[in-house]
Write a protein that binds this ligand. Structure first.
Ligand SMILES: Nc1ncnc2c1ncn2[C@@H]1O[C@H](COP(=O)(O)OP(=O)(O)OP(=O)(O)O)[C@@H](O)[C@H]1O
Length: 231
C-alpha cells in the first residue's frame, strides 16, 4: 500500500532550520555560518563536488529531525550476513518488541513479510528477500538500503546518494518511488539531470556555503556547472 507521511512543522511550515549554524567534524569546520530552512513538502536535491559537505549537512539534518527522518546512508550500512528481508525489517526494529524481533529473526512474521515483499516488488528485489546481502550486487544492496528507509515510514526521507550505484533509468524510477511515499525529501545526488527532473528545490554547496538555493523549474543543467568547477 502506498502511503505518504508528514512531519510536524511549526506554524510557518518549517520542519528543520539552521540559523548561522557552524557544522563540521571535531576541529574541522565544514560550514562556518549556515542558514537554511526546510519546510514540509520540500523536495530538495543537494548538489556539489565530492567533499563539499553534503553528508555533513545530511548528518546534521538527521540529528535535528530525530525519529522524523528516514535515513538512507551513503555506505548502505547493511548487515552483510543477514538476508535482504532482515536488513529491510531492521528499519523498524524499534517499533516492535524485543520478543517480536527475536522470533522474526528465526521465522519471519507473516504480516511483516507481506509488507516487505510488496516493497521489494516495487524496488525490483522480488525473489531476493531470502538472499544474504553480501551475495547481492551493489545496485541490489542499494535498493535494499532504500527499502529499509522506506519501511521506517518516517515523514522525511534523507538520502545520501541513494541511487549512485544504479543506472540512470533505474535511478529515476527509484526517486519517483521515494517521492511517492514521502512528501518531504532531502537527497544528496551526483546526477544533476536526476536532480532537476525529480526535485523541486535545488541546493548547491561550495566552499562551506550555499551558493544555489532555487526552484528546479528555474534552473538548467548549465546553471549547475558552477558547482563542479575545479581550480
Ligand atoms: N568524520 C570526519 N572527520 C573529519 N572530517 C570529516 C569527517 N567526515 C568528513 N570529513 C570532511 O568534511 C568535509 C565534508 O565531507 P562530506 O563527507 O560531508 O562531503 P560530501 O560532499 O558528502 O562528499 P562525497 O560527495 O564525496 O560523499 C570533507 O573535507 C571531509 O574530508
Amino acid at each position: 500500500m502506498l502511503e505518504t507521511a508528514t512531519a510536524e512543522p511549526d506554524v510557518s511550515g518549517v520542519i528543520a532550520e539552521f540559523d548561522h549554524a557552524c557544522l563540521g567534524h571535531d576541529d574541522h569546520v565544514v560550514f562556518p555560518d549556515l542558514t537554511l530552512h526546510i519546510s514540509q513538502g520540500d523536495r530538495i536535491a543537494l548538489l556539489g563536488r565530492s567533499g563539499v559537505g553534503k553528508s555533513t549537512l545530511l548528518d546534521a539534518l538527521r540529528t535535528r529531525l530525530g525519529d522524523q527522518g528516514a535515513w538512507c546512508p551513503q555506505a548502505n550500512a547493511l548487515v552483510p550476513t543477514l538476508s535482504a528481508y532482515h536488513n529491510i525489517y531492521m528499519g523498524r526494529l524499534a517499533h516492535f518488541s524485543r520478543w517480536q524481533n527475536l522470533t522474526n529473526l528465526l521465522r519471519p512474521n507473516r504480516a511483516c513479510w507481506q509488507e516487505i515483499s510488496g516493497l521489494a516488488d516495487m524496488l525490483g528485489l522480488d525473489g531476493l528477500l531470502r538472499r544474504q546481502v553480501d551475495q547481492l550486487s551493489g545496485g541490489q544492496q542499494q535498493r535494499v538500503a532504500i527499502a529499509r528507509a522506506l519501511y521506517q515510514k518516517r515523514p522525511v526521507f534523507i538520502g545520501d546518494e541513494p541511487v549512485a550505484s544504479v543506472d540512470p533509468r533505474q535511478g529515476a524510477r527509484l526517486l519517483e518511488l521515494i517521492n511517492t511515499r514521502h512528501q518531504t525529501c532531502v537527497v544528496a545526488l551526483h546526477q544533476r539531470e536526476l536532480a532537476l527532473a525529480h526535485f523541486d528545490r535545488i541546493i548547491g554547496l561550495d566552499e562551506g556555503r550555499i551558493i544555489i538555493d532555487a526552484p528546479a523549474s528555474e534552473l538548467t543543467s548549465h546553471d549547475l556547472d558552477v558547482l563542479y568547477v575545479t581550480d
